[in-house]
Design a protein around this ligand. Structure first.
Ligand code: SAM
Length: 285
């Protein structure tokens, strides 16, 4: 009926924590109530005959308060109006889901105002494109060079998205195998990586209204000689600038991003990245 596979339906039910037992009960109750509404004087025995439920079951459902939730698990119901139909969770395997959830919970608009690292716009496969699209290296006709973002009026935007590269390739010897490095470029030094993050956070701060949101995707990486905890750096820098951390969403990856072939494993391989939701506070610190 939905034009998707059975496993897609199962995955949807699982990832959204939908309580199918509860939903079945709601369907049963609605059927019973609808029959009684159509035939207000109908007997329990006649209802039982027509619907195939026992008279005790019918009595039980008729006595339940219609709007009262009796789900006692953390799961949710499509029909349960006392809880949102889909719980917003901190983790997801799906980037689109995280972006939709940030819009629903914080931005409260159909899309973001501005993206400073638009690239080819993969963030907007299932979203409306933002009004302002920038990139340091524009790859599409309607994407403006990042320098032009300085022309946006200060304190005017409601939301800004930033998704910088996170790979540092010191040697730049052409043997780097990551597809991500080839496609979105990389930083040549840690200094360059941190400076780019500083610049983006400061630019976002100056262009956002007070109460506006900076959505920043980032990832910790195992650098050539040590681990780079970019996520901590970004959080500290944003706080220093005057942002308040509202939420952290974790994108769990199913695929292996970076190659370390032939090397002994020294640290846990990173299978996740972060989406930080920062709100611009009242005063620049
Ligand atoms: C991971 S991609 C962004 C992908 C994008 N979110 C999408 O959905 O397609 C990183 C982008 O940051 C840009 N970038 C690279 N170095 C930068 C720098 N130093 N300052 C600002 N942007 C940079 C790149 O041009 C690239 O388009």
């Amino acid at each position: 009926m939905c034009g998707v596979s059975e496993s897609a339906v199962r995955k949807y039910i699982r990832t959204n924590g939908i309580d199918r037992n509860y939903d079945n009960k709601v369907v049963k109750k609605r059927t019973i109530l609808a029959l009684r509404k159509e035939n207000p004087t109908i007997s329990l025995a006649e209802m039982s005959r027509r619907l195939g439920y026992s008279t005790n079951t019918i009595k039980k459902y008729l006595s339940l308060d219609e709007n009262q939730s009796d789900i006692d698990t953390s799961k949710v119901s499509t029909f349960d109006i006392t809880k949102p139909s889909v719980v917003i969770k901190t983790v997801s395997e799906n980037q689109d889901e995280i972006l939709h959830n940030i819009l629903r919970l914080y931005v409260k608009k159909s899309t973001f105002d501005c993206d400073f690292t638009y690239s080819v716009g993969n963030f907007y496969i299932s979203l409306n494109k933002p009004l302002f699209k920038f990139d340091i290296n524009p790859q599409l006709e309607d994407v403006r060079p990042l320098d032009e973002a300085h022309d946006i009026s200060p304190n005017s935007l409601h939301s800004v998205v930033v998704d910088l590269p996170f790979i540092v390739n010191v040697n730049n010897n052409g043997k780097f195998k990551s597809k991500i490095a080839k496609r979105f470029d990389y930083f040549k030094s840690e200094k360059e990586l941190y400076e780019a993050n500083n610049r983006m956070i400061e630019l976002a701060y100056s262009k956002l209204k007070i109460g506006g949101f900076l959505i920043m995707k980032t990832m910790d990486v195992c650098g050539p000689s040590k681990q780079l905890w970019i996520n901590n750096y970004v959080q500290n820098k944003a706080a220093e600038c005057g942002f308040i951390l509202e939420d952290i969403f974790i994108l769990v990856s199913q695929t292996k991003y970076l190659f370390t072939s032939g090397l002994r494993q020294r640290h846990a391989r990173k299978y996740h990245s972060y989406f930080f939701v920062f709100r611009k506070g009242k005063k620049h610190k």
